[in-house]
Every structure is written in structure tokens, then in C-alpha cells.
Design a protein around this ligand. Structure first.
Ligand code: FA5
Length: 352
């Protein structure tokens, strides 16, 4: 049989296969052990030398064509089987599949992002600091020596002491980044103004309740320049609270004691839950303590390498969870880390 006749014979057999089993039998006959097709290709050796190239080329082309015909027929059977299966079901392969759920931002991240945007629009830079901090930056450099009673107000998780090194701890607040930043900038040649915000995670060995967590978030702010005053501090804080709480706020300053500021203040905002009339959230006082702050103590400026005779500054340390609670009316801080998806799904904002 010549090449053309073989080709037609095999293609006809493939086209005539009535079902996948018949096709499999043809496949074995043509390409299995002692298969007709490879044997035909090998028959080239029986030809005279001058006829071999033309025959070899034609025979190989037929082999490829027959293989493709087999594959195409196999696909036809598979498609027919699928169509038959689908005909009896409600499944519609043209409908888009279910969308994978996309995660949303945690409410603390939402408010933190807004605050960072706000402060950067006012010329502040974002600073960062380590969560495992030295005793020096967390306490000593902030004018809180070892025997100072203020240390007791921040129950500390101490790290295992390393021989020859100072003691480390999990930072109890974001304030250590104050002196870290001042020292870094003075090493680089300090140029006023210094304006930074430091969002970050803090840790205290506290009993957890509705308003206290062992792990929580703060945002520190620090401004150092010539002639910085309490008026600058109040203006900045009012702007920040108005934007974050999305309404005009009344604030009041009370004296507050923090060794690293002098004078120190507690800035209170009128209670948004009762508009200042008095409720359980504000403990009937009409005010909510929201922002400890003050004018940077001269000793702290000195630790940072900045001359307190030439420069003054203000600092604040906002509890981020507290701000988020006020903004969204959340009355239990434990919701934030509780991992309850019903809580988290109430905040549909996605990452930018
Ligand atoms: C400080 O941590 C000071 N470093 C703040 C500061 C900075 C004062 C700069 C002056 C100048 P305080 O311990 O009050 O202060 O904490 C600040 C805020 O963090 C609190 O108002 C509260 O909102 C939040 N906070 C403190 N402890 C916890 C806690 N256990 N759980 C949740 N939030 C907390």
C-alpha cells in the first residue's frame, strides 16, 4: 500500500470509531507494540537508497497526521461526555465562579492610616522604633530613673537579661522613639523643625478588661523647634481629633504627670456617647480622657542632643484603640484582637 492509501485507511478507521473503547483499540493497533504506523515508517529500510528520503518524509508526515487525528477524536468523545453530563444538571459553565473573599483592613489600621495621612499633610514624618526596647530608651532617657514611681504605672514585660548588656523589655509605650529620633537627627546634624509621628504596638503586663489590653497600639507625636508653645500643641491636637472623630470637638486640658514632659497634660474630649451629659462610658463625667501630652522636658531634649535653651517641643501619646472606640462607638477593647469575623466584617475598607 502506498503512503496515500495508508493515510486514508487509518484516518477512515479513526473517524469510524463509534466510542472511546473502539478508539482505544485503534490506538493500540496503530501505535502499540508492533503498531502499524511505526512499522510502516520503518519499512523505509527495505527501499532502494535513492527512494528513501522521499518516502521517509512522507511516512513521518502521515504518522504525525494520524496522531493528531487520534487526539482530536479523543477530545470529541470527552466533550460529548461532558455535554451529556451537564445536560442533566443545573450547572452552568458559562456563569462566573464564586468570588474569593477579599480581606478588609482592621479598624485600628484604618484609623492609623488616616492619622498618618493627616499628620504627613501637616509636615510630620513617619518614624519607627523597635518593639523589643532597651531599658534606657523606654525609661532612663525619658527622665524615668530606676527608682522612679512612674515605672510602676507601666507594668513591664522584661526580657531575659543578657550578661554584659543592659536590660531589654517589650516597650510599654511609643515614647522611646522620641530620644531615638532626636539622637539620630543630631548625629546627622540637627535641623529644626523636627516633626514626627510614631504609630506602633506596645505591651504592658496588665489585667485585661473592657478598656485595657496587654498588647495595644499608640501613636506618638513629637515636634521640636524654636518657640514651640502649648498653643501649638492644643491646635494640633484639636485638628487631629476633629478629623478622626469626624466632628467638631470640645477639649479640655488637665494637668497630667509624665516625667518626660513639663508641663504635662491630659487632654479630654467631650463624651460623644452622651454629648457631655454624662453616661456609663464617661463615668458620668461628660469627658473622656483621650490624649496624654505635654511640653518636652529639657532633660529629654538633652538626652537627644538638643539644646533646651534654644529649642522647645511638644509630645503626645495617643491610645489608638481608644480613638477607634470613640469613633465607631465600640465599648469593649477586647473586640479588636478577639478574631471575631462578625466584628471585623463591619469595617469593609480594603487596602489601597
Ligand atoms: C503614655 O504611655 C505616655 N507615653 C504618653 C505620652 C506621650 C505622654 C508623650 C506625654 C507625652 P499612658 O500610660 O497614659 O501614657 O498611655 C497613653 C494611652 O495609651 C492611654 O491614654 C490609653 O489610651 C493607651 N493605653 C495605655 N495602656 C493601655 C492598655 N493597657 N490597653 C489599651 N490602651 C492603653
Amino acid at each position: 500500500m502506498d503512503t496515500t492509501a495508508r493515510r486514508e485507511h487509518w484516518l477512515r478507521a479513526i473517524a469510524a470509531a463509534a466510542d472511546p473503547a473502539a478508539l482505544a483499540a485503534i490506538d493500540t493497533r496503530l501505535f502499540g507494540p508492533k503498531g502499524e504506523v511505526p512499522e510502516f515508517v520503518r519499512s523505509v529500510t527495505a527501499l532502494p537508497k535513492d527512494e528513501r528520503p522521499a518516502f521517509g518524509k512522507a511516512a513521518n508526515a502521515v504518522k504525525v497526521e494520524v496522531e493528531q487525528a487520534l487526539a482530536a477524536r479523543r477530545e470529541q468523545f470527552a466533550a460529548a461526555a461532558l455535554a451529556q453530563e451537564l445536560a442533566g444538571s443545573a450547572f452552568d459553565p458559562t456563569e462566573p465562579g464564586p468570588r474569593a473573599a477579599r480581606g478588609t483592613l482592621h479598624p485600628i489600621t484604618i484609623v492609623q492610616n488616616e492619622l498618618v495621612d493627616l499628620f504627613t499633610s501637616m509636615g510630620f514624618r513617619w518614624e519607627d522604633g523597635p518593639e523589643v526596647e532597651s531599658e534606657y530608651f523606654n525609661f532612663d532617657a525619658l527622665n524615668i530613673p530606676g527608682d522612679h514611681p512612674a515605672r510602676e504605672s507601666q507594668d513591664t514585660f522584661w526580657c531575659k537579661a543578657q550578661p554584659g548588656l543592659g536590660r531589654n523589655l517589650l516597650r510599654t509605650h511609643t515614647s522611646p522613639v522620641q530620644v531615638r529620633t532626636m539622637q539620630r537627627l543630631t548625629r546627622q546634624g540637627f535641623h529644626a523643625p523636627l516633626k514626627v509621628v510614631v504609630p506602633g504596638r506596645c505591651f504592658r503586663s496588665e489585667t485585661v478588661d473592657k478598656t485595657h489590653e496587654h498588647t495595644f497600639y499608640q501613636m506618638e507625636g513629637l515636634v521640636v523647634d524654636r518657640d514651640v508653645s502649648t498653643a501649638n500643641l492644643i491646635h494640633t491636637m484639636k485638628t487631629c481629633l476633629r478629623v478622626i472623630l469626624e466632628r467638631d470637638v470640645q477639649v479640655r486640658l488637665r494637668p497630667g504627670f509624665f516625667p518626660f514632659v513639663e508641663p504635662g497634660f491630659e487632654l479630654d474630649v467631650n463624651c460623644p456617647f452622651c454629648s457631655g451629659r454624662g453616661c456609663s462610658v464617661c463615668k458620668q463625667s461628660g469627658w473622656i480622657e483621650i490624649l496624654p501630652c505635654g511640653m518636652v522636658h529639657p532633660n529629654v531634649l538633652r538626652q537627644g542632643g538638643i539644646d533646651p535653651e534654644a529649642y522647645t517641643g511638644f509630645a503626645f501619646g495617643m491610645g489608638l484603640q481608644r480613638v477607634v472606640m470613640l469613633r465607631y462607638g465600640i465599648d469593649d477593647i477586647r473586640q479588636f484582637m478577639g478574631g471575631d469575623l462578625r466584628f471585623l466584617r463591619q469595617f469593609p475598607e480594603v487596602a489601597r
